[in-house]
Design a protein around this ligand. Structure first.
Ligand code: PBG
Length: 339
């Protein structure tokens, strides 16, 4: 036990002295979750006076625009950083026309939200096609050359992504968040913006987005489950090397992403930490996804866990891993808990 007598060791050093007094504990905290760093995902649909509960995500509803507007005002008043919007269109088709129309659900939702919020509040759009296509894939389908397999055509989807994001820009969106994992999507959207006078609009890329089972409840919420196959030809393989995530992030930054994201959050804290260390200074977001929400919610409703403490601890761990922005379905609860 010779090391005990080192000058810097015990009994000179007692780390418990940092823990006895609650004021000292608070003073030495470094990882602090704040409502203004949170973004709340919202699901918007057509209709009037509609608040349709999402069974697998208790407390979350599909909202018609009038209800959505009320919700956004409340979210703003709670000091939350912003909302990210997902649309459930009246009609889906093969290419997802609704999200490329200025009268589509997302364009209408953006306009309605921007009409009621102040200039500090962010209205962000999730940029993808899976909620708007009848097949539920994230772009235009085509037979992969030399096979009979239908797959998302990367470059044709890029053209539609430019149309989609310009519609959202014209509707007044504050930032776009492309989530479709198409190669070159950031460069295409950036060029589309720059050529049309939107060089000031930032892009938050879902850079390292995994083909995850944790999205299950979301696909109910957004009615966006793929009607055949899966998303493994575009979203990342959970078992791929962590370096591949870094390559995705590096490419997105080179293509003009202003912020990058890792998704899901809790099962990918190592990736969050690596991105944070490799790209210091690049704002990093993490998406605490629907499956992560529903698991905790289900256990909490059973009375098996303390929801508030579990959530605050989880968000603390995501922050400590290196994310400075968190997308979470608990944003409102957290804002109330921290008041
Ligand atoms: C795609 C998108 C998805 C999520 C966010 N954006 C679904 C998917 O990739 O299948 C999932 C979010 C969550 O699970 O909370 N538009």
């Amino acid at each position: 036990m010779t090391h005990i007598n080192q000058p810097t060791g015990f009994p000179t050093t007692r780390l418990r002295r940092l823990r006895y007094h609650s004021g000292v504990r608070r003073l030495v905290q470094e990882t602090i979750v704040r409502p203004e760093k949170l973004i709340l995902p919202l699901f918007v649909r057509t209709g009037q006076g509609q608040r349709i509960p999402i069974p697998s995500m208790p407390g979350n509803d599909q909202l018609s625009i009038d209800e959505f507007v009320k919700e956004v005002k409340e979210i703003e008043s709670l000091g939350i950083g912003g909302v990210i919007l997902f649309g459930i269109p009246e009609k889906k088709d093969a290419i997802g026309s609704d999200v490329m129309s200025e009268n589509g659900i997302i364009a209408e939702a953006i306009k309605a939200a921007k009409d009621v919020v102040g200039k500090d509040f962010l209205v962000i759009s999730d940029v993808c096609f899976c909620e708007y296509t009848d097949h539920g894939h994230c772009g235009v389908l085509r037979e992969r050359k030399g096979t009979s397999m239908l797959d998302v055509d990367n470059d044709e989807t890029l053209r539609n992504l430019v149309i989609q994001t310009l519609i959202q820009a014209r509707a007044g969106v504050d930032m776009v968040a492309p989530s479709g994992m198409m190669d070159g999507m950031i460069a295409a959207i950036r060029q589309g913006f720059d050529e049309n006078g939107f060089e000031h609009l930032p892009i938050m890329s879902y850079s390292a987005k995994y083909a995850s089972s944790f999205y299950g409840p979301f696909r109910d919420a957004a009615e966006s489950a793929p009607q055949f196959g899966d998303r493994r030809s575009y979203q990342m393989d959970p078992a791929s090397s962590a370096e591949q995530a870094l390559r995705e992030v590096e490419l997105d930054i080179a293509e003009g992403a202003d912020m990058v994201m890792v998704k899901p959050a809790l099962a990918y804290l190592d990736i969050i930490r690596m991105v944070h260390e490799r790209f210091p200074g690049v704002p990093l977001a993490a998406y605490n996804v629907s499956g992560e929400f529903s698991m905790v919610k289900a256990a909490a409703l059973q009375g098996w866990i303390d929801e508030k403490r579990i959530v605050l601890e989880s968000l603390t761990s995501i922050t400590r891993a290196g994310a400075s922005i968190i997308l979470t379905y608990w944003a409102k609860d957290v804002a109330k808990w921290l008041q």
